[in-house]
Design a protein. Structure first.
Length: 199
């Protein structure tokens, strides 16, 4: 009798990937909670959801490395989840005027960079060229998440820590500066392949 071999476990449902799915699922929940910006309880709930989503951004990568759960699906979905979270927060915070005036330019810079780098990555993927994440890019993501955390807390956070919104806006500008630097870094690394492409 032939031995029945166990079926290999699907890479789609590793703990690391499930954390990434959770971050994607948090995006519409967070947007819904921010839809009523004047309700302090909902604002605190939005902050809690955002913090949980931010923690998964660290945990999924750590677990994938520590427990050999890296997968093509995870590598594809992780940056998408980050961009969805950041973009949704920026749009909702601009809509409720937490981000307003000149600070809107910081949000525009961040959103434009995300679109630019995503397009570059997609094109280079066709050429089988990888674009590694730099240390500065990781710092950029960290500062972005900190800035958005303060801004999501917003008026609710002001009741506990005065100056929460101002701190968030300062960090947002720092994140925008890092965004410009890393965007240029990616473009400089990728433009050579674009120019040299024989097609």
């Amino acid at each position: 009798m032939n031995a029945v071999l166990p079926r290999p476990r699907s890479q789609a449902w590793t703990v690391a990937n499930c954390l990434t799915y959770g971050r994607v699922a948090a995006v519409p929940v967070l947007a819904a909670l921010l839809f009523w910006p004047d309700d302090v309880r909902l604002r605190f709930a939005a902050f809690a959801v955002f913090v949980a989503a931010g923690v998964t951004d660290y945990l999924d990568g750590y677990i994938a490395r520590a427990y050999a759960q890296s997968s093509a699906l995870g590598r594809m979905l992780d940056p998408i989840a980050d961009k969805l979270l950041v973009s949704a927060c920026l749009l909702m915070l601009a809509a409720d005027h937490t981000i307003s005036g000149f600070s809107l330019w910081a949000a525009i810079v961040i959103l434009c960079r995300e679109v630019l780098v995503s397009g570059l990555r997609e094109y280079l993927a066709e050429l089988k060229v990888g674009v590694p994440v730099s240390k500065v890019a990781k710092w950029k993501t960290t500062v972005q998440l900190l800035a958005l955390g303060f801004l999501v807390a917003g008026p609710a956070g002001e009741t506990i820590l005065p100056g929460t919104t101002v701190a968030g806006l300062v960090l947002l500008w720092i994140a925008a500066a890092l965004t410009l630097y890393t965007g240029w870094d990616y473009m400089r690394a990728g433009i050579k392949h674009v120019i040299d492409d024989p097609r």
